[in-house]
Design a protein around this ligand. Sequence first.
Ligand SMILES: [Zn+2]
Length: 87
Amino acid sequence: MPFSIFNVVIAIAVALLLVRIGLKMLAGFARPVPTPPDPGELRKVRLTYECSLCSTTVRMTMANDEVPEPPRHCMEDMDLITSLDDI
Ligand SMILES: [Zn+2]
């Protein structure tokens, strides 16, 4: 029966198409592996600095380096109070 063979071929083609669409959607949902940014590009950091003079504390969330220059307060460099192991 040539007609049923034709149906099977169509069914296989549709199935393959659905599998491809499904794989594409899965790839879209999959979390992309973060690539290290080029030098000068911003990085997400979670650093906490404390002013040694007045104890003002700031949280840095973006930096151009994983170990950026500390911000200044009271004309002094602030102290990094986050352990670098916690990053
Ligand atoms: Zn201060």
